[in-house]
Ligand binder design. Structure first.
Ligand SMILES: *Cc1c(COP(=O)(O)O)cnc(C)c1O
Length: 386
């Protein structure tokens, strides 16, 4: 049995540990293979360039695209910025319209807010109680002048899966670009950009058992060719789309993590879904008055977002010191605020504050699940008894 003081990690949506196999692939590029991938005149540079080429092929294969359609970045936040600002600035003489969802990640919402300040317009679509969007409402939001739609494949708080393929068909019909924030979906759900109408797609290394500080953007090169204005200037790396010396060890890690996760996808999704269901069953059996937030059926395998009615969120987090989870709140400047994602789904402030996001992943065991359930029962009973 687990020592009851030992912390248990159930925050895989926030970040994941680097898989040992990924770390092994990266290590030589910190050590003897330290060349700059842009050095064309010696073998140190060639080794770096070859490693980046290999990683580019690995990421392209995981997405079903061509190698030259991959741009390496510092993470999904940068990829999203490059995608949205990049398409807006590529046609500088126009004011553009963007469509997105209220429940997007801040990387998208804050970027769109900046674009609004620059004179562009943004429509944020609402979601229903289950966190799902409506395709008819989506189509109605596309107007002449709409340049790009941005949607996340999987929501990072609720695990809700959005219908990106259907959205792509609709966007294509209206000649609107589709950008997908796939930070939470990449390597968890199958994706094939070649056979879908996705034009831009952002991924992150540290959400897929790779390193932090590295990501990629898929940029469609044909039917249609997407034109992007570079946002980081200097040197013209990555075919002039993102300058700066390449993070060779990080890129090697992203490629290795993508390849590994794709090879494990089937087995891992079944195993982690079973653990997630085991946790949900235990919580339901042992704790009265709890509800699941977000669609139960359209949900990624490692996620459980639960409201524990009648407990105070902050106290619950304190009582759960040894369980690494996220609460339905964000602490901004010492104020505890309810999650805007849960609020957008119509969940009351009090219930949002009493919500916990459990994120299970590759290293989660049945023992972890049982111990977390036990700690939840003890904490909720204690707080409700006060
Ligand atoms: C983590 C995350 C991001 C940001 O990714 P970084 O690589 O940390 O910048 C963006 N969108 C979603 C949905 C995420 O989960």
């Amino acid at each position: 049995m687990k020592d009851s003081q030992q912390p248990i990690y159930m925050d895989y949506h926030a970040t994941t540990p680097v898989d040992e196999r990924v770390l092994t692939a990266m290590l030589p590029y910190f050590g003897e293979k330290y060349g700059n991938a842009a050095s064309r005149t010696h073998s140190f540079g060639w080794d770096g360039e070859a490693a980046v080429d290999r990683a580019r092929a690995q990421v392209a294969k995981a997405l079903g695209c061509r190698r030259r359609e991959i741009v390496f970045t510092s993470g999904a936040t940068e990829s999203i910025n490059l995608a949205l600002k990049g398409v807006a600035c590529a046609i500088p003489e126009k004011r553009h319209h963007f469509v997105s969802l209220e429940t997007e990640h801040k990387a998208t919402l804050d970027t769109l807010a900046e674009l609004e300040k620059a004179g562009h317009s943004v429509t944020l679509l609402q979601v229903d109680r289950a966190g799902q969007m409506d395709l008819a409402q989506f189509e109605a939001a596309l107007v002449p002048g709409t340049l790009c739609v941005s949607v996340m494949h999987v929501n990072n708080e609720t695990g809700v899966i959005h219908p990106i393929h259907e959205m792509g068909e609709i966007a294509r019909k209206h000649r609107v670009l589709l950008h997908v924030d796939a930070a939470q979906g990449f390597t968890k759900l199958p994706i094939d950009v070649n056979n879908s109408s996705i034009d831009l797609l952002s991924v992150s290394g540290h959400k897929i058992y790779g390193p932090k500080g590295v990501g990629a953007l898929f940029v469609r090169s044909h039917d249609p060719k997407v034109r992007l204005a570079e946002q980081i200037h200097g040197g013209g790396h990555e075919s002039g789309q993102r300058s700066g010396t390449l993070n060779v060890p990080g890129i090697v890690g992203l490629g290795a993590a993508a390849e590994l996760a794709c090879s494990l996808m089937e087995e891992e999704s079944a195993r982690v879904a079973e653990l997630r269901d085991r946790l949900w069953t235990k919580l339901q059996n042992e704790i009265p008055r709890i509800t699941l937030n977000g669609s139960e059926s359209h949900r990624v395998f490692g996620n459980l977002n639960v409201t524990f009615h009648g407990v105070e969120g902050e106290s619950l987090m304190l009582a759960l010191r040894n369980v690494a989870v996220s609460s339905g709140s964000a602490c901004t400047s010492a104020l505890v605020e309810p999650s805007y994602v849960l609020r957008a789904m119509g969940i009351e402030i009090e219930d949002s504050l009493a919500s916990i996001r459990f994120g299970l992943g590759r290293m989660t065991t049945a023992e972890d699940v049982d111990e977390v359930a036990r700690r939840m029962v003890v904490s909720v009973q204690m707080l409700r008894g006060l």
